[in-house]
Design a protein. Sequence first.
Length: 362
Amino acid sequence: MSSLSCEDFFYLLGVIHVNVKEKINTLEKKLKAALASVENQAQLQEIKAEFLGKKAEISQFMKHMKDLPDEERPAFGQMVNEAKKRFSDLIEAQREAIKKAELDALLRKETVDVTLDAPDYTLGSTHILNQIIEEIEDLFIGMGYLIKEGPEIETDELNFEKLNLPKDHPARDMQDSLYIGNETLLRTHTSPVQVRTMLAYGGEKPVKIICPGKVYRRDDDDATHSHQFTQIEGLVVDKDTTMSDMKGTLLAVARHLFGPDREIRFRPDYFPFTEPSVEVDVTCANCDGKGCNICKQTGYIEILGAGMVNDKVLKMSGYDPKIYQGFAFGIGVERLAMLKYGIEDIRHFYTNDLRFNKQFKR
Ligand code: PHE
C-alpha cells in the first residue's frame, strides 16, 4: 500500500468514503460466508486474524487517515471503527454458537441411561444388643442420667475390693474371673465404672449414671452361658435416696421394655455391694401373669439384680453414708433380649449369622 492507488486518488476528490464503504461491505459479506462454514474455535481464530488482524484489509484503511483533510478524518475513523466493531461482534457471536454446540455435543455424549438396572445394595442394621442398649439409654437420659463408660481391663481393686469383695471373700466365686496379671483382670461387671465415677466426684456430688459395656467371666460357652456378655449397670447416690426411688425407677424400666401394663416384684437376694439386695421380677408379658411355659407357670420372669448401695462401698469411694444413700442395679442385655424375643441360645448374638441378625431390622 505504499504507492498511490486509484482509491487514494478518489479520496482526494472526496469520494473515497464511497469506495471504502463498498470495500467494507464486500469484506463483511466475505466474513459472513466464512463464518457460516466454521466448525471449531481454531478455525474461528484464523478467520479473526484474517479479517481483524494487523495485516487485515480493514486495518490497512487506517493508514490512509493521515492523507485525509482534517475535517474528513473523524467521519472516516468512525466508519472504519464501526466496521471493525461489527466484524468483531459477528466473530464473537459465532464463538458463542460454537461453544454452545460443543457443550451440547458433550452433554449428549455423557447422558446417563437412567433405565439401566442398578446394583443390588443391601443396607446393614443395628445389632439387636445395641438396639436394646440404645433403648435403655434413651429411657435413662430422659430421667436425667449420664452415660459413663470405662476400660474392659480393670484392676482387682476397682473390680472387687472397692465393691466390698476383699481378696478372700467367698462371693468372688459368684463371678469366675479372667486375670491378666496379679492385680489386673478383664472386668467381670461394669460396677468398677461406678466406683471410678464416685471417686472422681470426690464424695461431694450426687451420682446418677448408667454404665453399658462388655464384661467377661470364666465360663464354658453353652446355650445360656458366654465368657463375654453385655451389661448395663446403674447407680444413683444422693441425699434422701430410698428403696421406693429404686422401685419406681425399675418399674419404669420394666414397662419401657416389656409394655405399659407390666408389674414388678422384689425377692430378697445377696450381693456384697448392696444391702439389702433384691432380685427383680416382671409379670410375664406372654400370659399377663397367669402362668405359661415361658414363665414356668410362675407368672413372673426374673429380669435384673438390684439393691441399696452398701455403706462400706459408699465409704470406700469417699461418700459419707450418714448423709448419702444410693441404689444400684445390673441388667444383663443378652438375657433381656432372649426374654423379649424368645431367643433360645445366647451364642446367636455373637456368631453373626445374617439370618439371625436380619430379623431385628428397626
Ligand atoms: N454387679 C452385679 C453383677 O454383675 C450386678 C448388680 C449391680 C447387682 C448392682 C446389684 C446391684 O452381677
